[in-house]
Design a protein around this ligand. Structure first.
Ligand code: HEC
Ligand code: HEC
Ligand code: HEC
Ligand code: HEC
Ligand code: HEC
Ligand code: HEC
Ligand code: HEC
Length: 422
């Protein structure tokens, strides 16, 4: 399957070999208009409540039909129009930054951030499904059939002719690991996370991660298609996969979102900066890299990458490996080197993750060197990551690196000592 692949060897740590401390800027003052925009823009990140909504009351067949026929755009309210004007006035879009910041723009295009929410019908995955066979879900004995109709991507259960076809709205995820489609019902303000996804480890369609728990389903309800979501769920899904979206007072409407995690998600609305910079006055509207401390930096990433505030008391250790800020903030490396360690120590936030271990090991050794922090007593020349940040399966076939840097008692003694390649 053809995906926009990038070289895994891409060197991402901008400051490799430099000091490991993060480049934290003082908090900058921003103009009032931009501040309003930012407040609007960043007040909308909802709390992730995925597990709270199952099971939902089933909808009747009539409801399912109603959904399929009326899920188009509702009439536009003055508030929605004002929101669109605000976006237009304050947000420039990634393309507007590229001419002056080519390095960050090129990195951003490699990163999953730049294509983590696309219109389903425009995706490669949709083209492949439309050209291929229906998908048989053997765990449920359903057969999902895909068509396009009036410029919409539709899915139906071929084994249940009474069930209407559902339009699929967004495809979330770049495909490094997976891409999961969702349906957004703009009328009823709810949605469905589809039961089928693109899975990189199968190079094709398969069961959406964690959907084994939804093998049982209510016939003639939205559950036939996947996991029903309430408005809060839909907002949080899109909130983490887009640059900006409508605040709570406005309805969930697809055209009120700026898709993908673009430059202005992290740097705030920058249209004014871009305009002034074109007149040689870029300095007057110095853009924000607004992190007063290492903690504030990590908090900004944790809005989506998740820290302790998103962790439920019943979470299992393997589930937590997906939450890099959670792990990092528990590490002694972070706790005992105040205001030094951020995500930028090891990653360029603009770029796709590098798999070049030598770069990471150099970062460990910036601190763990003779005369500074402690040295490894077990394998000082080995691959630190294998032993102290091991890849850990989150769900079958998808692993994340455990960002709680520590001594894994169970792992260590069994390991041979891999040598670092020059
Ligand atoms: C016409 C050229 C131009 C365009 C377009 C432009 N910038 Fe800039 N940008 C500049 C200049 C000039 C600076 C100041 C460089 C410096 O401080 O050394 C700057 C600085 C920055 C900085 C660093 C600020 C700091 O505190 O060091 C960020 C972040 C930034 N721009 C983001 C953006 C984003 C996001 C966009 C697109 C929405 C954008 N820029 C569009 C010219 C531009
Ligand atoms: C608006 C939510 C959001 C914020 C804020 C955010 N991220 Fe992400 N990040 C994502 C999503 C979603 C993905 C998955 C992208 C994909 O589909 O591949 C991701 C992926 C990544 C990746 C992997 C990219 C790749 O292609 O390998 C890195 C690294 C990363 N983020 C670092 C950061 C850092 C560092 C920060 C803070 C400076 C940050 N992110 C802030 C949502 C966010
Ligand atoms: C709290 C923020 C948050 C919420 C809510 C959220 N995501 Fe994500 N999502 C992320 C981040 C961060 C990543 C990248 C790291 C990871 O995979 O955990 C990601 C990764 C993904 C990926 C894998 C991308 C890849 O190829 O690596 C998919 C697919 C995805 N999300 C779909 C969804 C769907 C569907 C929903 C709603 C049901 C959702 N996400 C809700 C933050 C979020
Ligand atoms: C996921 C969050 C995130 C996104 C998206 C993002 N940036 Fe940044 N950017 C940062 C952070 C954090 C820094 C601070 C420096 C660092 O940690 O590397 C930064 C620094 C910068 C700088 C200052 C120079 C430097 O590299 O330190 C410029 C210029 C910049 N970004 C432009 C952009 C442009 C243009 C885009 C979109 C193409 C963009 N950024 C997208 C988080 C982000
Ligand atoms: C910013 C500096 C810094 C960086 C970068 C850093 N560490 Fe640390 N690390 C520390 C400090 C400080 C401690 C606690 C005091 C000590 O052991 O010297 C520590 C402790 C540790 C410990 C002992 C943990 C425990 O629970 O006893 C391990 C293992 C470790 N680091 C491994 C790593 C690895 C592997 C990397 C790279 C992936 C890394 N560190 C990067 C500063 C850092
Ligand atoms: C001490 C170094 C270090 C720091 C600090 C660090 N990471 Fe990582 N990160 C890694 C390593 C090593 C990998 C695995 C790279 C590979 O694939 O070989 C990784 C992988 C990732 C991935 C890809 C998914 C995975 O787990 O394999 C994401 C996303 C990510 N980091 C986000 C973050 C965020 C967000 C932060 C800040 C909270 C952060 N990282 C801080 C070292 C670090
Ligand atoms: C083969 C697995 C392995 C590799 C590779 C490895 N370590 Fe360790 N590391 C361990 C074990 C096991 C311990 C605990 C040793 C003990 O308790 O005596 C340890 C201990 C440490 C400590 C704590 C030392 C102290 O005095 O408490 C630090 C710091 C550390 N490692 C850093 C690193 C760094 C940095 C690298 C890469 C250059 C690395 N380790 C590579 C297994 C490994």
């Amino acid at each position: 399957m053809k995906r926009e692949k990038v070289s895994p060897k891409t060197r991402t740590v901008a400051a490799a070999g430099e000091n490991a401390s993060p480049r934290i800027r003082p908090t900058t003052k921003i103009p009032a208009a931009a501040a309003i925009g930012i407040l609007l823009a960043f007040g909308v990140v909802a709390i992730f409540v995925a597990d709270a909504i199952w099971p939902v009351p089933p909808v009747q067949s009539a409801d399912a039909s109603a959904v399929a026929s009326t899920s188009g755009s509702p009439a536009e309210s003055p508030q929605a129009a004002a929101w669109k004007r605000m976006i237009d006035q304050h947000f420039a879009g990634d393309a507007a930054c590229a001419s002056c910041h080519p390095k960050q723009a090129a990195a951003q295009r490699r990163s999953g951030h730049s294509r983590t929410a696309v219109a389903m019908l425009e995706s490669d995955f949709a083209s492949e499904l439309l050209a291929g066979q229906p998908y048989r879900d053997s765990r449920r004995s359903q057969t999902f059939e895909f068509t396009s109709h009036s410029n919409r991507f539709m899915v139906r259960d071929a084994d249940d002719p009474d069930l209407p076809a559902l339009p699929v709205t967004w495809l979330l995820g770049s495909g490094t690991h997976a891409q999961t489609p969702i349906f957004v019902d703009q009328q009823a303000q709810r949605g469905v996370e589809m039961r089928w996804s693109f899975l990189a480890n199968r190079d094709g369609i398969g069961l959406t991660p964690e959907h084994e728990k939804f093998d049982q389903y209510e016939a003639k309800s939205l559950q036939c298609y996947g996991r029903p979501m309430d408005a809060g769920d839909v907002r949080s899904c899109l909130g983490c996969h887009t640059t900006v979206g409508p605040p709570a007072q406005l309805p969930i409407q697809n055209d009120l979102y700026v898709a993908n995690v673009g430059c202005e998600r992290c740097h705030g609305p920058r249209k004014q900066h871009a305009l002034l910079a074109h007149q040689g006055r870029g300095e007057e509207s110095k853009p924000l890299v607004q992190y007063a401390s290492a903690e504030a930096y990590i908090d900004a990433c944790a809005q989506c990458h998740r820290d302790e505030s998103s962790v439920s008391p019943t979470a299992q250790p393997h589930e937590l490996v997906r939450f890099q800020p959670y792990g990092l903030k528990r590490s002694r490396c972070y706790l005992e080197s105040p205001d030094k360690l951020t995500c930028s120590t090891c990653h360029d936030p603009h770029d796709t993750v590098s798999h070049d271990r030598t770069v990471y090991i150099q970062q460990c050794q910036q601190c763990h060197q003779p005369g500074r922090d402690s040295l490894c007593t077990a394998s000082p020349q080995g691959d630190c990551i294998d032993c102290h940040m091991p890849a850990t399966e989150w769900t079958a076939g998808i692993a994340f690196h455990d960002h709680e840097i520590r001594i894994h008692e169970a792992l260590a003694p069994k390991h041979s000592t891999p040598q670092v390649k020059p």
